[in-house]
Design a protein around this ligand. Structure first.
Ligand code: FAD
Length: 498
């Protein structure tokens, strides 16, 4: 059977010789695959990892490696920094932030075990500094390891769950968490008997005459090779953000304005392999993308308006939630109004046009080409909220409610078409990665379109629809936390398959 993106099924009878025979084959050596392989090996299974690139790492090694962890009274880092975090509180927050789209079983297992998962990560030799950065930050450039990475302190979520910081990032100066984590994981794997084959693109599954999975076909050294798996195959090949055909088909809305964020082999191969076995794919229309404008956090004192000069979000929200609401505005045209004393250039302000600077809001809106009275009426209402300490429209925390009273004022054009991200992409627009994929049980077992378990098939990470299910409710750390934790679950399940 031929499927999209040159993924195909091979009949075992057509395979003259298997180059490997193992218990468990892991397809893709990133965060999910590396953790799956290690747990599979530690559970006693002979394990082979096939990786398309010349080394492991994937998007996980590129990432900041913030992991969203907590519960069980608090991780050792949360506790050391003086925070308590019950499992119920963590579940309450994640359920609320995903607004009914979360997988309750996965959320529960994750919340119950993520404090232990943190100890497992530390046991690899990843170091964390027992200090918290409690300001508004995306990745600390200093080396504190605990931070708020979602909307915990933001209305309505702060009313539904006790705000607790859950972002855990390896200790470092700068943004190298993924490399620190992956180097430690790789060192552990290298000291085991796990077989790693790089430059090996898995091209599809091998099945017998009863349609049961027997192994995989992969291309290496320009030759088609085959590996037999006696217990299971784990698909951990990342997401599909680099597959233009797939994003056009599943994410037509986001594809209009967002730029891909990931490693070049986020081509959806793992998902396509699942589809070739009739696997169910879910949540394919959801992607993470964010509008990051802080630090400096003083910019939070500004307001975002659309082309009609109207506010549309509480500006103290996490960048992904802001990004979602920005995407809902006509043509994704959005503007920040800010007063001089709060303006400080941000690293995220790369090449954004400043449309106007003026002594009064009336002058500002005219100079920037807005309808007279549009922004000024928004500011009048906002100034009243600031005076009374209550944002009646969006419930922005009073901490960030500041009257616009000290000119000059400025309007910065944050419209998506202006958001340049040259470090990652040759396209403008906020950066996105995908949140849809194979439907799996918390054990990593893959379900088919009728809800049945596909024997011997497991998956984890962005090849699956995992813990993070919406861009709007995303908190940084949900993806690497999910990939590494559920990668481990898949490794244990496959190794124990009899
Ligand atoms: C710059 C950046 C920063 C980020 N920061 C964070 C963060 O701080 N916290 C967070 O939670 N998320 C973050 N993310 C998102 C997060 O890194 C990813 O969603 C997550 O790491 C995906 O893990 P994974 O194991 O599913 O995939 P990956 O880590 O990408 O691993 C997939 C592997 O599969 C391989 N592969 C693909 N196809 C095949 C094939 N056919 N055969 C064999 N191998 C194949 C790939 O080469 C890759 O090595 C960030 C993303 C980026 C790009």
């Amino acid at each position: 059977m031929q499927t999209n993106n040159k993924i195909f099924i091979t009949k075992a009878k057509d395979v003259s010789q298997f180059n490997y025979e193992v218990d468990v084959i892991v397809c893709g050596y990133g965060g999910a695959g590396g953790c799956a392989a290690l747990e599979s090996f530690r559970s006693g299974a002979k394990t082979l990892v096939l990786e398309r690139a010349s080394d492991g790492g994937g998007s996980t090694a590129l990432s900041s490696c913030e992991m969203y962890l907590g519960g069980s009274g608090g991780t050792s880092l949360q506790t050391a920094c003086g925070f308590e975090d019950s499992t119920e509180n963590m579940i309450g927050y994640i359920e609320a932030s995903l607004e009914g789209k979360g997988d309750s079983k996965k959320i529960q297992l994750y919340a119950e075990n993520s404090a232990d998962h943190f100890e497992w990560i530390k046991s690899l030799g990843v170091t964390y500094k027992e200090a918290a950065h409690l300001g508004r930050i995306v990745v600390p450039e200093s080396n504190e390891s605990l931070l708020y990475t979602g909307n915990e302190r933001v209305s309505p979520f702060c009313e539904l769950a006790e705000p607790v910081p859950r972002g855990h990032v390896p200790s470092h100066e700068g943004d190298f968490g993924g490399k620190i984590f992956f180097d430690a994981l790789k060192q552990e794997i290298n000291s085991s008997d796990i077989e790693i084959s790089c430059d090996s693109r898995v091209k599809g599954l091998v099945i017998n005459d009863n349609n049961e999975i027997v192994g995989v076909a992969f291309k290496k050294d320009n030759l088609m090779q085959y590996a037999k798996a006696n217990k299971g195959v784990i698909l951990s090949a990342g997401g599909f953000v680099m597959n233009e055909e797939m994003i056009a088909s599943y994410l037509p809305f986001q594809t209009k304005f967002a730029a891909p964020y990931g490693n070049p082999w986020d081509k959806g191969d793992g998902i396509q392999m699942g589809i070739s076995m009739n696997a169910n794919i879910i949540n394919m229309d959801e992607a993470f993308f964010g509008v990051y404008f802080y630090p400096p956090e003083s910019l939070t004192n500004g307001i975002f308006v659309n082309a009609e000069g109207k506010r549309f979000v509480n500006e103290d929200s996490y960048g992904a939630r802001i990004g979602y609401f920005c995407s809902q505005q006509q043509d994704q045209k959005i503007y920040m109004v800010i007063q001089n004393e709060d303006f400080n250039p941000s690293i995220y302000m790369n090449k954004l046009p400043i449309l106007a600077v003026a002594e009064t809001i009336d002058e500002l809106e005219i100079e920037a080409g807005f309808e007279p009275g549009s922004i000024s009426s928004t500011i009048s209402a906002y100034n009243l909220f600031a005076k009374n300490g209550e944002d009646q429209d969006f419930k922005k925390d009073p901490k960030w409610l500041k009257e616009f009273s000290k000119p000059p004022f400025a309007i910065i054009d944050y419209s998506f078409e202006n958001q340049a991200s040259p470090a990652y992409s040759d396209r403008n627009g906020p950066l996105m990665f995908t949140l849809g994929g194979l439907e799996t049980l918390p054990s990593g077992e893959v379900l088919d379109v009728d809800g049945n378990i596909i024997p011997k098939l497991y998956a984890a990470g962005r090849t699956t629809a995992g813990l993070p299910r919406t861009g709007k409710g995303y908190a940084s750390g949900m993806s690497v936390g999910d990939a590494t934790f559920f990668g481990r679950m898949a490794g244990i399940s496959a190794a124990n398959n009899s």
